[in-house]
Design a protein around this ligand. Structure first.
Ligand code: KIV
Ligand code: NA
Length: 265
């Protein structure tokens, strides 16, 4: 089967169709989302927090991203798979960005890469696009800059709003095919969405972006502890998995598993 293309993503905006994106970090989960019809899967560097147990996305390496991206590609047939360029894999400049993006395209088989920053990542975006690599940009709260930004709503106030609009235009002009807006006021996200011809993908950015993305572990209620207000839990997998583990443990302790039907003679 053929995968979703950047052209289909562009056409959805023309038709005013909204679409979902979810993160994925392994082949099995990715296959579930692919079969559910989610058109774009992001191998986010949120894998740092979610999957690898780091406190932030900052420590995620190219090797980790390459391995998990390849797994998501192997688990899917139809979805476009987008891999994050991790912190430190593109900040040195366009040549470094091209080397690492090329690895994710060739070795992992992803269809596109995502990087954080508008104006500051312009040379990187331009070279990747000129080299035939679709680029998704990421503005607003950019978690790779947590050490300077913290985790709070971005783009508040005139100056910050104007900079975000400039960054969005820069990403579009550099050839990005889509733009993630994370944790920005809904009114600003709506304005960015209206002023761009490429689709915006919101997370904590209100209802008026062209698409919505959630970290899948938040979406299925697997994340422990406090989850951000902008996420919605559509299931409670943490409870379900915990209950299954407890039931298994009890049956083993009580001798009721395995039974005859699970046993060979
Ligand atoms: O890494 C990630 O999961 C992301 C999304 C929140 C957009 O970048
Ligand atoms: Na990310």
């Amino acid at each position: 089967t053929r995968r979703i293309t950047v052209h289909q993503i562009a056409a959805a905006k023309q038709r005013g169709e909204k679409w979902p994106m979810l993160t994925a970090y392994d082949a099995m989960t990715a296959s579930v989302f692919d079969e559910a019809g989610v058109p774009v899967l992001l191998v986010g560097d949120s894998m740092g927090n979610v999957h690898l147990g780091y406190e932030t996305t900052v420590p995620v390496t190219m090797d980790e991203m390459a391995v998990l991206s390849a797994a998501v590609v192997r688990g899917t047939r139809r979805a476009m798979v987008v891999a994050d360029l991790p912190f430190g894999s593109y900040q040195e400049g366009p040549v470094q960005a091209l080397r690492n993006a090329t690895r994710l395209i060739k070795e992992s088989g992803v269809g596109a890469v995502k990087l954080e920053g508008g104006e500051r990542s312009l040379p990187q975006t331009e070279l990747l696009v000129a080299s035939g690599i679709p680029v998704m940009s990421h503005l607003g709260l950019t978690p790779q800059s947590v050490n300077t930004l913290g985790y709070r709503v971005q783009g508040r106030g005139d100056e910050a709003a104007h900079q975000l609009l400039r960054d969005a235009k820069a990403a579009e002009n550099a050839g990005a095919f889509a733009l993630v807006l994370e944790l920005v006021p809904a009114e600003l996200a709506a304005e960015v969405t209206r002023s761009l011809s490429i689709p915006t993908i919101g997370i904590g950015a209100g209802p008026d972006t062209d698409a919505q993305v959630l970290v899948y572990t938040d979406m299925v209620g697997l994340t422990g502890g406090k989850v951000p207000r902008f996420t919605k839990q559509y299931a409670n997998l943490r409870q379900t998995l915990g209950d299954a583990a407890k039931a298994f443990a009890e049956e083993v302790a009580g001798g009721s598993f395995p039974r005859e039907e699970h046993t060979f003679h």
